[in-house]
Design a binder for this molecule. Structure first.
Ligand code: ATP
Length: 242
């Protein structure tokens, strides 16, 4: 594994019967990078991400995540990463504080560490008024911001975000991205899928998957130059149309 690369993927493939959902994808991600993983519905993003986080076995190919092998050390991968999806976030029937305590416990934090983190997060996210409220009573944007912080509780090397801002208003999305930048500045690598093309512009590099293959991968600037268009939305449309 290259010194600075925290993710190295080579010809990673997943087949379901005769159907190739992920077709020999290869890419590398550097420590602290914000890597956008784009593709239309059904392109294979979720299947690829499941292999990267150690919950699905590849059919063939190789992947090293935080120096661990997806075949040999899937459990070590899970300990060293954070994961946040739109579908599974926090428990609605627990308060914000109880969620932090619960997930902190799962991630192996001590009581003292959990208490310290709770105080830190309360200040950082201005949670004073909602800390003892049930998560189910909070707006989606709040839930997602808290959920992101909870996924970072154990200081993971990489955080995988699967459409974290789906359905969230533009102002909250902007705040969410400020949190992403902050985590990246602290050295956490961000691997993020999104359907919002303005968010693709915020990534250091972006890969675009079409029918199981990575058809383009570069900085947003270079991709726009390559496809001779002004926005990532147009890059995406050009690739999807082809
Ligand atoms: P979305 O944005 O809608 O989540 P995606 O890019 O994440 O899309 P995947 O969920 O990875 O796409 O699915 C890729 C393809 O693999 C789809 O055609 C899907 O139907 C198929 N697929 C996914 N899981 C399975 C499975 N367990 N068995 C058979 N086919 C599957």
């Amino acid at each position: 594994m290259g010194k600075e690369n925290i993710i190295e993927v080579e010809n990673l493939t997943k087949m379901f019967g005769d159907f190739t959902a992920v077709n020999a994808i290869s890419f590398k991600v550097k420590k602290g990078e914000i890597f956008g993983f784009l593709g239309a519905n059904g392109a294979g993003k979720t299947t690829a991400m499941k292999m990267l986080i150690g919950i699905a076995k590849p059919t063939s190919g190789n992947a090293q995540i935080a120096n661990f092998d997806v075949y040999k050390n899937p459990d070590d991968i899970k300990k060293n990463i954070g994961y946040m999806s739109q579908k599974f976030a926090l428990y609605d029937d627990l308060t914000v504080k109880e969620n932090i305590t619960f997930f902190g416990g799962i991630y192996g934090l001590s009581r003292t560490q959990i208490n310290k983190k709770t105080i830190e997060l309360t200040e950082e996210l201005n949670l004073q008024e909602v800390i003892n409220q049930l998560v189910g009573s909070l707006p989606l944007g709040w839930k997602q911001k808290i959920s992101f912080s909870v996924a970072l509780l154990h200081n993971p090397k990489i955080i995988f975000l699967d459409e974290p801002t789906s359905g969230v208003d533009p102002i909250t999305r902007r705040q969410f991205w400020e949190m992403i930048y902050k985590a990246a500045n602290n050295g956490t690598t961000i691997f993020v899928t999104t359907h919002y093309m303005d968010e693709a512009e915020y990534c250091d590099r972006v890969s675009i998957m079409v029918n199981g293959k990575i058809e383009a991968l570069d900085t947003p600037k270079k991709l726009k130059e390559l496809f001779k268009v002004d926005t990532m939305n147009d890059v995406f449309l050009k690739l999807a149309r082809e």
